[in-house]
Design a protein around this ligand. Structure first.
Ligand code: BGC
Length: 958
């Protein structure tokens, strides 16, 4: 018998004609299998996920969280109860037959993050689950289609293999650009017939590709991924049942340096003594086991051991930053097939690796997400061609070529062209980003590198034997394969292009870890960039699992004194971490809680977050933080420098505030009180130290006002004056921003907060320097690292520090969804939603944003024609939304062409002068209303238009 406390059943009640929601806590004892009327429910569970993924294999969460979404027609539908059944039998529910968890009917509206609480889960087992739900009238749905997950190896002792590899053959100083040739590994095995299931568990210190009988396993790239290898190493699980043949089978692997043994990050000048590669280890190593269960119940484990053989092969070199060299003449046809003559292969070596815990890979790996074709090919000289892919991206090319054996193609990658049409590679710094292919002389040879990637738009191919066509090169776009959750379109071409550009920049950099850029010798998980951009990123894609994984790296590399690192994983120390960067350790878990309702991320990192707050407190003097002068500050701001101390103290306060919310969410109430009074203390200190009696904040930059207003650091009377001062600063700057990474993140939300969203829109639609429009007008297809990276007139600036594919200034993408379309979570995980579009008719006539939240699809679509606003919204089943929009005649509002009235999903109507606030149940609605004069007369960007007072940076060509 199980008893359950029902979380929040939602009841209706009526107070003076307005229907409102009353949350009620009900405690009820239920029995497994309790039944209820089987009349068809109007809601149906779909999109079942486990630990944020569809049917994940090899997880190691022992209480995995299950979630689903609900589909329904009509309006106002809610889930009143659910039942989950988990079984280790594929065909179920079969009562009593392998049922490991049957929740019975649980009276709850919860659809996400439901923790498995059944029989203990066993290593290597598969679990199948279904859910059925009851609607608001108590009618029951059908069982959902089954979903499943499988467990990984939960105990270290279950790993039977040893780390194997090929000892270094080359000697080379780590200072010179030498790279290990990847190792080829193989072993033959004999399998009995009647395999019931065969699972492969595999990892490497380095990168691996695995084959069984010549077929590549999975489509994942850069496995096992990048972690702090000396603390944690991820393994991957694949179901290889169908790949094993009766009798002889061959397992083959290719093992490359990757982040483990290859080049990582940048090399500060003048520090020649520093290791440039092999930051975690010198020799890559593989660890795997195939676990076979036969139909007769017997099992067999084939592991990485001394029976494996190794050889070099056609890949002569492979490195993430440097590139890959392939000599097709050295191919070994059949090397990964049974029966291959491996008599000249060497015995494998056992390799020492760092002591790290083995954990299941918790996210979706990198994959090829799109194939693109060049838009043009230009001949540079007799055998050198430049292909323009039309889009800056992260990935590599697939080459198609024919020629003589020994012909050699050198393929370079770059983001821009010089004026003479050649490839600009200065901004790659020491990353060679060069692939080489040596032909074997077949009629048509097709090749794509395996263990490298580049950030590029242009490809320069030298040595092309014949005239290439546009089909000779195709672009393979690589990215962590995250589901897209956001779509945005509008009547503004600038905004549509901006959204597309932000998406491409995210795709290019959400690649295994959130990198700052994909092209130069850096590609590090800079924490400031992550925390500043993650709000935008979360609208665009489902980043839950991706950032869960990254937070492990951040926590793994937390210093013993509690400071989080500036970037994670952190294979080398650069300098003391900076405010705004290390605070990602608080801001990112809070974001995952807010967007996905994830409390486990809070619990998991809670001790580490407390240590970080304690570190900040230890560093503070009178509740203020003083920071080192090499701190990053606002970073890449234009002309106006913001005090690092102001930024540091602001983030200190913000951390305390978010920490208090998170403590409360997990029931740590006394901590919640402590952090909330810490916040008040820091706020006082901030006021005292940085705010003058007239309300000026130290530095007097756009950034300080944006930070102080967003983070609630000002006492009442100073809030208005700060807003006004911010407007003055913007006006004085020709309605242009002057903010860097930090200030830009908060600027537009604050303009909405002070009810001047039209100015936010003005900044967004600006064309002159500095602005996003300036990027787009100068040919950007991904966002740049700096506002002044390039202009068509002046050329490129400061190439050693100029990436043309840097997502952080795309933090503004959040405003498109949260303010312009107005979709926000009103409670963690979007179970309550707020839709409040920003309607500025003179500036923009149409906006449509769709967001697939954790609990279902949300739509906000508005159009202004003449003086009429049409707003269409969709609210997911089982949620409710507060929708607010301007209206001049609230009595005349139409909904689906009928006068708006209470009922049919509309739960309440409130009228406050020229604004209408509706409480809506789930479903789609279509409102029409006349707009008030005050909105119609809002100043438009055209009226704001002043000549760009900031001259474009005039710098010589570099
Ligand atoms: C990176 C940034 C990062 C910064 C730290 C740069 O090299 O590209 O995005 O945040 O260093 O200031």
């Amino acid at each position: 018998m199980r008893s359950r406390i029902i979380s929040r059943a939602i009841l209706h009640s009526t107070i003076s004609g307005i229907r409102i929601f009353v949350p009620a806590a009900i405690s009820i004892v239920l029995y497994a299998g309790a039944s209820s009327p089987a009349s068809a429910s109007v809601i149906n569970p779909v999109r079942l996920i486990c630990e944020y993924r569809i049917n994940p294999l090899g997880i190691d969460e022992t209480e995995p969280r299950l979630s689903w979404q609900l589909e329904s027609l009509g309006r106002g539908h809610r889930q009143s109860a659910y039942q989950i059944v988990v079984s280790n039998h594929k065909d179920f529910p079969v009562a009593g037959n392998g049922t490991l968890w049957d929740t019975g009917k649980v009276l709850s509206s919860k659809t996400s993050q439901i923790k498995y609480d059944g029989e203990p889960l066993q290593s290597g087992s598969h679990y199948y689950w279904r859910v059925r739900v009851w609607d608001e009238d108590g009618s029951r749905s059908q069982w959902s289609s089954p979903a499943f997950w499988s467990m990984g190896l939960l105990k270290a002792s279950e790993w039977r293999g040893e780390w194997i590899g090929r000892k270094l053959l080359i000697s080379g100083s780590k200072e010179s650009n030498t790279v290990n040739p990847p190792a080829y590994l193989r072993r033959e095995i004999t399998s009995k017939d009647s395999v019931q299931r065969a699972m492969l568990y595999v990892t490497a210190m380095g990168l691996f590709e695995i084959y069984i009988n010549g077929k590549r396993i999975g489509e994942d790239i850069f496995t096992p991924g990048w972690s702090s290898y000396n603390k944690r190493i991820y393994y991957h699980t694949y179901d290889v049942t169908k790949m094993l043949l009766d009798g002889r089978n061959a397992i083959g692997a290719i093992l490359a340096d990757g982040w483990y043994a290859g080049y990582v990050g940048f090399i500060p000048k003048g520090r020649s003594g520093r290791k440039r590669r092999g930051l975690y280890g010198d020799v890559p190593a593989l660890l795997l086991q195939v676990q076979i269960t036969y139909t007769d119940g017997t099992t067999e484990i084939i592991a990485s051991d001394s029976k494996w053989l190794t050889s070099s092969g056609p890949i002569l070199k492979a490195d993430i930053l440097m590139g890959e060299t392939y000599d097709a003449r050295m191919e070994m046809p059949g090397w990964n097939m049974p029966g291959f003559d491996d008599s000249d292969w060497r015995k494998i070596s056992s390799i020492r690796v760092p002591h790290a815990k083995l954990r299941a890979y918790p996210a979706t790996p990198v994959r090829a997400t799109e194939v693109i074709e060049p838009v043009s090919v230009i001949k540079l000289d007799h055998d050198t061609y430049v292909f323009d892919m039309g889009q800056n991206f992260a990935g590599r090319i697939r080459l198609t070529v024919s020629g003589k054996a020994g012909d050699k193609l050198t393929i370079r990658h770059g983001e821009m062209l010089r004026t003479d049409g050649t490839l600009m590679t200065e901004n790659l710094r020491s990353a060679e980003a060069t692939d080489t292919y040596i032909l074997k002389g077949d009629t048509e040879e097709i090749w794509e590198p395996r263990f490298t990637y580049h950030g590029f738009r242009y490809v320069q191919v030298a040595g092309y034997p014949a005239t290439p066509t546009q089909k000779s090169v195709t672009g393979i776009v690589l990215s962590s394969a995250l589901p897209v959750t956001g779509r945005f379109t509008s009547s503004s071409d600038v905004l549509n292009r901006l959204f597309r550009t932000i998406m491409w920049t995210q795709r290019s950099n959400f690649l295994e870890i959130p990198t700052d850029c994909p092209q130069r010798d850096e590609r590090l998980g800079w924490a400031g960039d992550v925390q500043l951009f993650s709000g935008a990123a979360a609208y665009n894609m489902d980043i839950a699992a991706f950032l869960t994984k990254w937070l492990d790296a951040l926590a793994d590399d937390q210093r013993s004194d509690g400071a989080y690192p500036d970037f994670a994983p952190m294979p080398f120390l650069l300098q003391e971490p900076s405010p705004g960067w290390m605070d990602a350790g608080i801001i990112v878990p809070h974001l995952l809680y807010r967007i996905y309702g994830d409390k486990r991320i809070i619990k998991r990192h809670y001790p580490s977050m407390k240590r970080f707050l304690a570190y900040l407190e230890g560093q503070s003097v009178d509740s203020r933080l003083k920071v080192h002068q090499r701190a990053w500050g606002d970073w890449k701001e234009v002309g106006q420098l913001t005090s690092r101390d102001v930024i540091a103290t602001a983030f200190f306060a913000y951390d305390a505030k978010l920490m208090s919310e998170m403590a409360q969410a997990i029931g740590e109430n006394s901590d919640a009180d402590y952090y909330s009074s810490l916040f008040e203390q820091i706020k006082k200190a901030f006021m005292k130290a940085f705010v003058s009696p007239s309300g000026n904040i130290e530095s007097d930059t756009q950034t300080v006002y944006a930070l102080a207003l967003y983070m609630d650091l000002l006492d009442e009377p100073f809030i208005i004056s700060a807003g006004n001062r911010l407007l003055e600063l913007l006006e004085g700057n020709g309605w242009h921003l002057s903010t860097g990474y930090v200030g830009t993140r908060f600027l537009l939300p604050v303009l909405s907060q002070i009810r001047r969203p039209e100015i936010a829109l003005r900044l967004l639609l600006n064309q002159g320097f500095p602005s996003w429009g300036f990027f787009l007008n100068n040919g950007a297809t991904t966002l740049w690292e700096r506002w002044d990276a390039y202009s068509e007139k002046a050329g490129m600036r400061n190439l050693k520090n100029t990436s043309f594919n840097h997502y952080v200034l795309g933090s503004v993408g959040e405003w498109l969804f949260s303010s312009l379309a107005g979709i926000k979570a009103a409670s963690p995980g979007f179970t309550d939603i707020s839709i409040q579009p920003t309607v500025v008719p003179g500036a923009i006539g149409h906006v449509r944003a769709e967001y697939r939240s954790m609990v279902g699809d949300i739509l906000s679509d508005w159009t202004v024609k003449g003086d009429t606003l049409r707003l269409q919204v969709s609210i997911p089943t089982n949620t409710r939304a507060t929708v607010r929009f301007p209206s001049s005649e609230p009595d005349g509002i139409l909904e689906s062409n009928m006068p708006l009235r209470d009922g049919d999903g509309v739960l309440s109507i409130q009228i406050d002068r020229e604004e209408v606030t509706l409480a809506l149940g789930s479903g789609s609605y279509d409102f029409k209303t006349k707009l008030p004069e005050s909105v119609l007369l809002t100043r438009t960007p055209e009226e704001f238009h002043v000549t760009d007072i900031n001259p474009e940076p005039a710098v010589p060509w570099q």
